[in-house]
Design a protein around this ligand. Sequence first.
Ligand code: GLN
Length: 193
Amino acid sequence: MSIGVLALQGDVREHLTALAAAGAEARPVRRAEELAEVQGLVIPGGESTTMSKLAVIFGMLEPLRERVRAGMPVYGTCAGMIMVADKILDGRDDQETFGGIDMTVRRNAFGRQNESFEAAIEVEGVEGGPVEGVFIRAPWVESVGAGVDVLATYGDHAVAVRQGNVLATSFHPELTGDHRVHALFVDIVRSAG
Ligand code: GLN
């Protein structure tokens, strides 16, 4: 079982390390041929407007949307959460997403108040106490459709959600050395396979 990390832009290396620590064979994915070889995909943190542009340039937008529609497990962190949202607020006008979760995500929602902060976040399905949530110009979930499970909240907003095989967090577990959220995703990929 091989899990890809979308390597157009963002903190790819940290996710490769976290996935390997969680027991997966992990590899960077830049092109449609590489996407065809993985059973699951992580979309890293970074800058969603840039990721959107590069996805178009690298011909990844449609192949990825198709895999998501076909049920491939995907985990998006921060900018990656924006990329798996069906709708976004405060994005650029021409900004595209891959979709996958019936939710509206507000880009840079926490960032305007506070560039970057950490908070202990209790995540449903992750045993052993809260995870350290690292928020960096992070989005929040403004609203979700009926089929979406909210796994964690911070203040008034969802910051971890799941719909079917697609998981998303506003924060960056790949930066903490705690691999429990990646382990949850590896389990999702195993169960889907
Ligand atoms: N603000 C970034 C965006 O809009 C996300 C930041 C991050 O991934 N740390 O994509």
